[in-house]
Write a protein that binds this ligand. Structure first.
Ligand code: ADE
Length: 239
């Protein structure tokens, strides 16, 4: 998969992409992530990427020209290489709320372009002419789209086939089947008088699986009853 990220703060984005699972996926050639500094696509001496909003009001707006130039360069390269850009995604608090189902869908794509807004956002003409999907990572306002872009990249990259090993398989993640995860423990078996549940040390795999399923249902019912309502009735019939 190819991912291009457009930002006014490239270092903020590059840092986290150099660690852990994303780093390994990049090193193994499973994902090719390019971070573009919008200032590199300006033509003026001051490398200006933002300007005052028409009609007044506070804050600055990202200018359309550098964004159009950057995305058009990415489109031209993709066309030369015979690649189709699946989505141009703008990260914004007024977008569709990102979730696991969207992550699954995006993980099947060949090429994603992510645009991180900043200040008061981007000129509306960018959204009208270039953007194909607008995503929010939740109902709170961040200073920019950089962290949301990283959230989307992380959630998507770990789902690319081959990125996770069998042991860490995404299929057992919270949310992947609509339930939260069961508690997990490691050694020591007793720590400061707190013991690991006996069933997990029993070696009885059927009992362990049943216990985990029960714990997942209990936790989901307690913390996220809204998730249970979305599931098939058969999944929640544990009585
Ligand atoms: N930019 C600022 N806040 C955001 C959010 N919650 N989601 C996506 N992009 C954002």
């Amino acid at each position: 998969m190819r991912i291009d990220i457009l930002t006014a703060f490239p270092d903020l984005v590059r840092g986290p992409l150099a660690y852990s699972i994303i780093r390994r996926a990049r090193e193994r050639g499973l994902v090719d992530i390019r971070v573009h500094d919008l200032r590199d696509y300006t033509t003026d001496r001051h490398r200006q990427i933002d300007d005052y909003p028409y009609g007044g009001g506070g804050g600055m707006v990202l200018k359309p020209e550098p964004i159009f130039r950057c995305i058009e360069a990415i489109q031209e390269e993709a066309a030369r290489e015979g690649r189709k850009i699946d989505e141009v995604i703008y990260l914004t608090p007024d977008g569709q709320v990102f979730n696991q189902e969207l992550a699954n869908r995006l993980s099947l794509c060949q090429h994603l372009v992510l645009l991180a807004g900043h200040y008061k956002g981007v000129d509306q003409r960018v959204r009208d002419a270039l953007v194909t999907m607008e995503l929010s990572i939740g109902d709170y306002v961040l200073s920019g789209g950089e962290l949301p872009a990283l959230v989307v990249v992380d959630a998507v990259v770990r789902l690319i086939p081959g990125v996770l090993g069998d042991a860490e398989s995404a299929l057992t993640d919270s949310f992947q089947d609509g339930l939260l995860d069961a508690p997990v423990y490691t050694r020591p078996a007793v720590f400061r008088s707190m013991a690991v549940p006996e069933v997990l040390r029993s070696g009885d795999h059927k009992r362990i699986a049943a216990w985990r399923e029960e714990q997942r249902l209990l936790k989901t019912r307690q913390r996220r009853p809204d998730l249970l309502e979305k599931l098939e009735p058969s999944t929640t019939h544990d009585e």
